[in-house]
Design a protein around this ligand. Structure first.
Ligand SMILES: Nc1ncnc2c1ncn2[C@@H]1O[C@H](COP(=O)(O)OP(=O)(O)OP(=O)(O)O)[C@@H](O)[C@H]1O
Length: 509
């Protein structure tokens, strides 16, 4: 298959807002894919190369040779070129990489060059597209969509599920939890307060519910197989080497093989949680802050798969495996008043809120369902940065004031602006965002000439705010009051940002 065919399909998919039309375009392409190309094509459709590292960054693809007039590159040519680049190392590697880029990009047309560059810089995001691809795979392979979705969640990727789907329904059903292979984490829906969450999970007022402290650290999934330990994030990135304390705790537990779900948190000497930034920076570089794992679920232990077991069984197994100091604090109750005071205590202890959990529900990998319900006293939204303004005074030379958008299917750009903020940014944040938004600038060459720099809507930021007000200035009709940056979120793509409907829900709530 020619790369040009894939690029044309990607463009067609991006150009339509109709889900049905997207599926049709993807299915048409997948119908023409050979077995040896399938994994590469599915991966490319999701905007990801097959190589974890290519050694190439934004700069490596900023100065390109003139494009070819006619398409000639096949999908496998591209895959092989990146495979070769990923193996380049040692002295002279910069030059070798440079000429490999010249060669590959020199054989690409203008449209292919643009696509390749976006993939290399990680600027084509999967998210929603993954779900559409799964639908197309199910259609073309003639297997149930639910089976493809389940396999993708358990194998941690649509690529693996697609391979199995084309091998038949049996192969697909054969994909299960495997120790050492990350699964998509279960996600929570949200409720405005504990009473509402309790009413949903325990409608008769007598059914017991688990209430966990919600820790504001880094989601970790920990796999242990004998001495081998793997630690991955919410987006399934391997961070094992950055969290040796977590590896040590995993090795100390009294079982040989298991998969744990939890949160890694930096604690101060008196046991209070440190700000999220301290935990996050600990993974970026060693700042000397110790990180402690706190687990809240167990998916497998010594040959026993627990994924489909009800919550109370998983928690009993978790309590038997993990000592209390490495578990999140939990209360099991049917009493709404007791739940409420547990939540108040948890927040007073410096945590973010609570997560209420249905004790009869299985672990729904990759799904944001009603079995887990989070309640947070401070409202936050995950928004997308649409543009950024150059700072003045003390912030001269830094990209400072960010324009915030929520997802909006009715808008031609897919996003609607809700306000701006320059609050909550440390000097470190300013330096980081200046570099990041220079990369994302729609026209990188003119970035210094304009006061407002428009960026590709790809960076998610978590914003705290005091409320919403009606606005005639912004097209969504609402604006955020006292918006401030809590943190940048690299574990979420723009497809996972909050929608304008969610934002409006905060007005009602
Ligand atoms: N006890 C807990 N049980 C489940 N999740 C927890 C717990 N403590 C902290 N968390 C964190 O809360 C997240 C669940 O919230 P959600 O599914 O909405 O993901 P999110 O969008 O990353 O959440 P948020 O933006 O609220 O942090 C988990 O991903 C996990 O990182």
């Amino acid at each position: 298959m020619l790369l040009a065919e894939l690029v044309a399909t990607s463009a067609a998919v991006a150009a339509t807002r109709s889900r049905k039309a997207k599926v049709v375009a993807l299915a048409e392409l997948l119908g023409r894919v050979g077995p040896d190309e399938l994994e590469v094509v599915v991966s490319y459709l999701g905007g990801a190369l097959r190589q974890r590292r290519t050694g190439l960054g934004w700069r490596g693809v900023s100065d390109l040779p003139p494009p070819a007039d006619e398409p000639s590159l096949s999908v496998l040519d591209v895959h092989e070129a990146f495979e070769a680049m990923s193996r380049i190392s040692g002295p002279g590697s910069q030059q070798a990489r440079r000429s490999a880029v010249e060669d590959l990009f020199g054989r690409a047309t203008a449209a292919e060059q643009a696509w390749l560059r976006a993939v290399v810089t990680g600027n084509i995001r999967q998210g929603a597209l993954d779900a559409v691809t799964q639908e197309a795979v199910a259609q073309v392979a003639g297997v149930p969509l639910a089976a493809v979705r389940r396999a993708a969640m358990l194998a941690g990727s649509t690529v693996a599920a697609a391979g199995a789907a084309f091998a038949g329904e049996e192969a697909l059903a054969g994909i299960g939890l495997e120790v050492g292979r990350p699964v998509m984490p279960m996600l929570a829906s949200s409720a405005p307060d504990v009473a509402t969450a309790m009413a949903g999970l325990s409608p008769d007022g007598a059914t017991e519910v688990a209430i966990d402290a919600k820790l504001d650290g880094i989601r970790i999934q920990v796999h242990r197989d004998g001495d081998d330990v793997l630690v991955v994030t919410r987006s399934l990135d391997d961070i094992t080497t950055r969290l040796p304390e977590v590896v040590e705790v995993a090795r100390s537990l009294p079982a040989e093989r298991f998969v744990l779900d939890g949160e890694a948190l930096a604690l101060s000497d008196d046991g209070r949680p440190l700000a999220f930034q301290d935990t996050a920076s600990r993974t970026a570089q060693d700042t000397g802050v110790a990180v402690t794992p706190h687990f809240f679920d167990l998916l497998h232990v010594d040959g026993q798969d627990l994924l489909d077991s009800p919550g109370h069984e998983r928690l009993a197994a978790l309590d038997a495996l993990v000592p209390e100091r490495h578990r999140v604090r939990r209360l099991v109750t049917a009493d709404a008043a007791a739940a409420d005071s547990f939540a108040a205590e948890t927040v007073a202890a410096g945590h973010e809120g609570v997560v209420l959990k249905d004790l009869s529900a299985p672990y729904a990998a990759g799904r944001r369902g009603s079995a887990w319900v989070k309640v947070k006293p401070v409202h936050t939204l995950d928004l997308v940065v649409l543009a950024v303004e150059w700072g003045s005074g003390r912030r001269e030379g830094w990209l400072s004031n960010i324009h915030l958008g929520a997802r909006d299917d009715a808008s031609p750009t897919g996003f609607v602006m809700l306000g701006k903020t320059f609050k909550g940014m440390t000097d470190e944040t300013l330096a980081w965002q200046t570099e990041r938004f220079t990369e994302l600038a729609v026209s990188p060459t003119t970035i210094r000439d304009s006061y407002v720099v428009e960026v590709r809507p790809e960076q998610v930021v978590e914003i705290a705010f005091d409320g919403l007000q009606r606005s005639t200035r912004y097209p969504g009709g609402v604006a955020l009051r006292f918006a401030r940056v809590v943190r940048y979120r690299d574990d979420k793509g723009p497809a996972e940002a909050d929608t304008i409907e969610t934002v409006r829900g905060h007005v009602a709530g």
